[in-house]
Every structure is written in structure tokens, then in C-alpha cells.
Ligand binder design. Structure first.
Ligand code: GLC
Length: 593
């Protein structure tokens, strides 16, 4: 194959033959993963909160999509300050979701249908209601005191008490909480109700392995999505972070709590002591790590740590640098997106690492609203264009509930009270306090939240046109999207030309051309083009060519000169289009013969 300008050539993969169908790779590489957010998927009890029996009732639907693995977000017993990412007991189920027996039935139900199941492993922190923390905070002499990160106060010259350093929590404010009872602060990188575990303590690590991991592996889960996997090791001494935001006492301290000095040692230990004993997969959440060499350390097969990670290069596009919401909508360009994809696709370039492809999850606003068009005229078409892009990217593919039917962000005329998430509501409140209710500042904050909030992904799943979209017979914990009467699973299933059927076809095509689409080398042809994205996936002499129009206008397009041979159109989202012109939001996937 001729040389191209922007190229990410994958490692020579030993088992892949030139025949498209004869790829026989590790199961977690070939797989498509479907992510479920239990609160918002399907409520069987009528209490307005999704539950495990509800999910079980939809397993045939999920299997019919052609996905191989389900990732279930936290279902553990929890006070739900952060919707389950604050775990009070790793070995029990959040009562509104069901029971341990329900969970076992769910695991079996996945396996019975030939699917695997991974669960969230949230072990950077626990809930402050976890027994471990209750004991730790009971006295400075308690043996579990060292299981969390406790420090004495600092004092100003005037004798005012101050936290041990200036770190800002991810949810705003200081990352330290004062404990009246024992007169010390504890560290919480997220909400005050989410104290950080002290990974330096070997006993803590061993108990995490036992309670949060082995317990579930013995129950049959096939692996973990590992929450905030690079935060466990903090810089020794917990130094102050440099002041970037002079208007605040609290500063981003990513450099001091992300990818710390003992991170790889911990993950190697976790792998050796637990993961290597099971046929399981791991995908780590890897925020704030733009350096590919650092990413590779986590996923290189020889390092024996994680199978793959979620990089943030794509989903961080258009977000504020220091503060996520300090931005305006759509402040990214198509070349930015291409460069971001080149980085994550390039991770497998000549290496023994593996990568992921995704645009959505429970922490991201809807991809059609962020990267394409949620105007009804182009919603489905642009959703199909994004689906073509995703299905053609190398790595394990992840799709999020509702993405398959083209769910979109909340309507803009909804009130801020409809946003329930601790991150968006804290942010809005902090702007209000800081600016004393300045209308301009509040309006900009609302616009950013309307574009980027995590809440958008957490609206109830839209099943049909009945009240509350068939999600619940009760009052849903989050309001159902106004558009559910035309955006729902039932109508998508009935319409053979829907985005849902398009996804099903793409997922099966991806398997059929696995050597190109899942494992191929990624090459971009038009890096600077702000409207059109043309890339190839290649293995040896076999090539797939992808052309995507990221605009609502017609765009001229031609086959890259380097590509010889006839273009055989495998998929397109616009019927009978002319080769030399891409219609608004058109996407095409060719096989080069
Ligand atoms: C991860 C989760 C997010 C959660 C945070 C704290 O980023 O995906 O939902 O709020 O960790 O656990």
C-alpha cells in the first residue's frame, strides 16, 4: 500500500489471515460492548428507578443487536450521592435495583444468550457509608485509620484552620473534608461522601481484591470496567498544586494525583494476584493522560496490567481546559477530532497494546448532539454517519444504551432543576455563588451544561410511545425526553431503515471484515479538511475506505489518488448518492477491490 500522510499502523497480528472471516483473536478484542446504566434502563417495579429484573427482561433485545458483552454500571449498595459510584458494600446490591439473586440471574441470563458481562470496579474511593470508612473515622487509633487518607489541618497566621493542601475535587471545592469527631481532614477526589482509599496500605489492597473483585469473579462476571484507574497513587507528601485559577482557593491537582509513582506496581499486583487467575477482561478509565507513551504502559500486553483503557482525547473535545464547563458549545473542529482519533488508534501502532472505540458513556452528553446534528431533519442520518465511523475504528467497540436509537441531549427549554447530577448541579451552584447570580454568567453556564452535562446520558431509556417511554409505570427519577414518541426502540424496530437496524448491520459487517475494521491500520487522508473526514483501514493489500461528511452542506469528494482499484460500496446512509459528492451528514464505507 502506498504511503499516506497521517498513519497509525497496527502491530503485526499473528493470528489474522487475509480472509475477512478467519480472524480468531482474543474474545475481548473482537467484541462489541453494550453499556447499561441501571437507574435509567428499565424499571420492572414501578418505583421510577430502573432495576435488574427490568434489565433481564430486555436481554433478548440486547442480544439481538449483535453485541457480545454487557457492561453494567455500579449496581452495588450505595447512598447514591454519585449514582452508585459511591459504594457502601461491594458484596451487596442497591435495594431499588434488586437482590444478589437477581444479579446472579442476570449473569446467567447473559451467559445463556452467549454474551459476557463486565461490571464496574470502583476502588479509588468508597462511600463514606462503607463499613471500612465508618471504622476508619471512628478514632485515630483504629486499625482501619490507615485505610483512607487522613491528615491534620494547616493553620493560617491568624489561626484559621485550612485543609492540608489546595487540591480541588473533581466535583468542585476543596478535595478535603474536615472530620469533627477525630479533628483531621480526609481526602476525597470526588464528593465529600466519596473518601479516597489509601492504596499504600497493603491490607486495604488485599481486601479490595477480595471483596470487590474475587467475590464477583467467583459469581461468574467476565471482567471489569475499572473506574478512574490511574488515581490510586498520589504524589508522596501531597504537595500544593500550582495556582492556575487565582480567583479560587482550590486548584486542579491532576499532576499530583493522576498516574502517580506506584500506579503500575499496584496494577501489576492486581493482575498477578487476581485477574491472571480468571479468563476475564479489563478496561480502565484513564482520564488526564494525553501522552501515548504513558497510556501504553497501562495496556502493553507485556506489562500485565490492563487489557485496554478509555482515553479521553475524543470525548474531551470542546471542553474547557481547566474547568469542563468553562466553554461554549461546539468549540472543536473536525481536524481536532481526527487528531484525537489518530492518537487513540495509533496506540496499537507497532505495539503490543490494545485500544477502544467509543463516543458515549454515562459521563458524556449524547454524541449526536455533540458531534453531529440533533435537528430532527438530520438526527438519524448523522447518527448513522457517526455509527459508520465508530464501526470502522480499530479496538474494542463500546456503545451506550440509547445510542443505537439516536437518543439526544435534553431539550434546551428544560429548567436547570432537571439536571440531577452532582457535577452539573455543583457547577451551576458555584457559578451562581461566585458571580452573585450574574445573569450573563449563569446563562453561559446553563448553555455549557445543556451541551456537556452527564445528565443527558442518564435520561430514561426510550422503549415505546406509551407514557414515560415505557421505562416505568411510576414517576421516573429523571424526566423522560419530550421526543420519546418518535425516538424509541419499538418504532425503530418496526422501521427497517432506522438507525437501530443500521447499527445491527454495521456490527455484523464489522465482524465480517474484522481484519480491516477491528484490527486494520488507520490512515487519515484529509487531516486539514474541516468538513470531510476520509480514512482507510488496511491490512496487507486489503483496504476499507471511509468517507464522512461532518456538515449540513453538500461537499465534493474523490477517491484518494493513492488508492488503486474499484470502490465497492458496502454501507451508506444516503440512498443512491453520487460518488463525487457527499450529501449533508453522509457516510460511506467502501471495500477497495
Ligand atoms: C468515573 C465515573 C463517574 C464517577 C467518577 C467517580 O469517572 O465514570 O461517573 O462520577 O468516576 O467515581
Amino acid at each position: 500500500m502506498a504511503s499516506f500522510v497521517h498513519k497509525a499502523v497496527s502491530s503485526a497480528d499473528t493470528t489474522c489471515q487475509t480472509e475477512a472471516t478467519s480472524c480468531n483473536k482474543t474474545w475481548w478484542k473482537n467484541s462489541t460492548v453494550y453499556q447499561i446504566y441501571p437507574s435509567s434502563f428499565k424499571d420492572s417495579s414501578g418505583d421510577g428507578i430502573g432495576d435488574i429484573p427490568g434489565i433481564i427482561s430486555c436481554l433478548d433485545y440486547i442480544a439481538s443487536l449483535g453485541v457480545d458483552i454487557i457492561w453494567l454500571c455500579p449496581m452495588y449498595d450505595s447512598p447514591h450521592v454519585d449514582n452508585g459510584y459511591d459504594v457502601a458494600d461491594y458484596e451487596n446490591i442497591y435495594a431499588p435495583y434488586g437482590t444478589l439473586a437477581d444479579m446472579v440471574a442476570f449473569i446467567d441470563g447473559c451467559h445463556d444468550r452467549g454474551m459476557r458481562i463486565i461490571i464496574d470496579l470502583v476502588v479509588n474511593h468508597t462511600s463514606d457509608q462503607h463499613e471500612w470508612f465508618k471504622e476508619s473515622r471512628s478514632s485515630v487509633d483504629h486499625p482501619k485509620r490507615a485505610w483512607y487518607i487522613w491528615k491534620p489541618a494547616r493553620y493560617t497566621k491568624n489561626g484559621h484552620r485550612k485543609p492540608p493542601n489546595n487540591w480541588r475535587s473533581y466535583f468542585g471545592g476543596s478535595a478535603w473534608q474536615w472530620d469533627e469527631h477525630t479533628q483531621e481532614y480526609y481526602l476525597h477526589l470526588f464528593a465529600p461522601e466519596q473518601p479516597d482509599l489509601n492504596w499504600e496500605n497493603e491490607q486495604t489492597r488485599n481486601e479490595v481484591y477480595k471483596s470487590a473483585m474475587e467475590f464477583w469473579l467467583y459469581k461468574g462476571v467476565d471482567g471489569f470496567r475499572i473506574d478512574t484507574v490511574n488515581l490510586y497513587s498520589k504524589t508522596p507528601g501531597l504537595p500544593d498544586a500550582p495556582v492556575v485559577d487565582a480567583s479560587s482557593d482550590w486548584q486542579s491537582a491532576v499532576a499530583y494525583h493522576c498516574n502517580g509513582p506506584r500506579m503500575h506496581e499496584y496494577l501489576q499486583e492486581m493482575n498477578a494476584k487476581v485477574l491472571s487467575r480468571f479468563d476475564c477482561m479489563t478496561v480502565g478509565e484513564l482520564p488526564s493522560t494525553p501522552d501515548q507513551a504513558k497510556v501504553l504502559q497501562y495496556v502493553s500486553a507485556k506489562e500485565k496490567q490492563l487489557n485496554m483503557v478509555f482515553q479521553f482525547d475524543v470525548v474531551d473535545l470542546g471542553q474547557g481546559r481547566d474547568q469542563k464547563y468553562d466553554t461554549d458549545p461546539l468549540s472543536w473542529t473536525l481536524p481536532d477530532l481526527k487528531a484525537a482519533l489518530l492518537r487513540s488508534q495509533g496506540l496499537i501502532s507497532g505495539t503490543d497494546g490494545w485500544t477502544t472505540a467509543f463516543l458515549e458513556n454515562h459521563d458524556q452528553a449524547r454524541s449526536i448532539s455533540r458531534f453531529a446534528s440533533d435537528d430532527e431533519e438530520y438526527r438519524e442520518r448523522s447518527g448513522k454517519m457517526l455509527a459508520i465511523m465508530l464501526a470502522a475504528l480499530s479496538g474494542t467497540l463500546f456503545i451506550y444504551q440509547g445510542q443505537e436509537i439516536g437518543m439526544i441531549n435534553m431539550p434546551k427549554d428544560w429548567d436547570i432543576d432537571e439536571y440531577k447530577d452532582v457535577e452539573s448541579s455543583n457547577y451551576f451552584r458555584s457559578v451562581s455563588e461566585r458571580t452573585h447570580g450574574d445573569q450573563g454568567a449563569l446563562s453561559r453556564a446553563l448553555t455549557a451544561v445543556q451541551h456537556l452535562a452527564r445528565d443527558h446520558a442518564r435520561l430514561p431509556m426510550q422503549w415505546d410511545e406509551s407514557p414515560n417511554a415505557g421505562f416505568t409505570t411510576g414517576t421516573p427519577w429523571m424526566r423522560t425526553h419530550d421526543a420519546y414518541k418518535h425516538i424509541n426502540v419499538k418504532s425503530a424496530l418496526a422501521d427497517k431503515s432506522s438507525l437501530l437496524h443500521f447499527w445491527k448491520n454495521l456490527l455484523s459487517l464489522r465482524k465480517g471484515y474484522a481484519d480491516l475494521l477491528i484490527y486494520g491500520d488507520f490512515e487519515i487522508y484529509d487531516m486539514e479538511n474541516v468538513n470531510v473526514f476520509t480514512f482507510a483501514k488496511a491490512t496487507g493489500s486489503r483496504i476499507a475506505l471511509i468517507a464522512l461528511n461532518f456538515s449540513a452542506d453538500f461537499q465534493t469528494w474523490s477517491k484518494p489518488e493513492d488508492i488503486e482499484g474499484h470502490l465497492d460500496l458496502l454501507v451508506s446512509n444516503v440512498p443512491s448518492s453520487k460518488t463525487s459528492m457527499l450529501a449533508p451528514w453522509e457516510g460511506r464505507l467502501y471495500y477497495v477491490k
